[in-house]
Structures are given as structure tokens and as C-alpha cells.
Design a protein around this ligand. Sequence first.
Ligand SMILES: [Ca+2]
Ligand SMILES: [Ca+2]
Length: 177
Amino acid sequence: MRTEATRRAALVFSLFDADGNGVLEPGDFTLMADRVAAAASGSDQAAKDAMRAAFRQYWTTLAAELDADGDGRITLDEYTACVLSPERFQATVATFAEALAALGDPDGDGFVERPVFMALMRAIGFERANIDTLFDAFAPTPDDRVRVETWVAGIKDYYAPDKAGIPGDHLVTGPAA
Ligand SMILES: [Ca+2]
Ligand SMILES: [Ca+2]
């Protein structure tokens, strides 16, 4: 396991703890889905519903796979186990990545513009400067867009325990780290 992967997991844990009470519970994922839906102003209802379903599946997987003490809440220690056994989490991350990235491409042309990317990532809670650096690391086109597939792959890499020095590591650096 890489230190980088543990740091990435800890950051996501802190952001997904949307109500800030130190543990992940179903309500955190409803709150987060509401925030992301509000930021996805250009997306249709079907895309928002898919994202909400992906957040629900995320929670269901956490509760089924990582709630070691069975208390219906996920602590940071329980959560970081997803870094140790990524295979239990892979399908859920893939669904989540595709649903989130789809929100970034409301017109379906296969590309995500920077302002849309920024709005969605801000809604999740990442730092503005880190989001810009991440977008740049995705090697945007001259008109400042990245491919949906690039973002999907970036999200999957973010959760991969053996990855280091990836674009997603930019999210972990800066004043919040
Ligand atoms: Ca919480
Ligand atoms: Ca627990």
C-alpha cells in the first residue's frame, strides 16, 4: 500500500463526511448528492438521478464491505480498509466515476469544460487551486476541455492503492493537507 493512496482516501473521507461529525453515514451521501446536483446546473434529471444512485451505491458498498464493527457508521479506520482491498470497491468506484463524469458533460460531446469541472469538484469540497492543477494535469485541449474518459480514469486511479504520482495526487496537496 502506498502512502499516497492512504492520503487520497483520507481526503475523500473528510469530504464525504458532509455533515462533519467524523463518521460516514447514509445522510452524508444524501447531503453530498444534493450539493453535487445543485452544481450540475446544465445536466438533465436522468444524469442527476444516476449520480444520486451512484452515491447510494457507494454508501451501500461501504456499509456492506467496510463496516467492520457493524454499527452502521464508517470510521476513518474502517474507510481506509478500502485502500487495502480495492477489489471489494472497484465496481462501485467505476459506477461512481462514470456518473460523476457524465455530469461534467451535459451536452454529451465527450468533453468536460473547466468551469463545469470546477463547479462539480467544488461541490464535493476539493480546494479550488488543487482542482485547477488537477485539470491541467489532465492535459486539456487548446480550448480548455478534457475528455470524459480521462476524468473517469483519473477517478479510478485516485482509488487505486498502487498508484502514486498521478494527477489525483494534486488534490491532496496544498493548505488543506
Ligand atoms: Ca458524517
Ligand atoms: Ca463502523
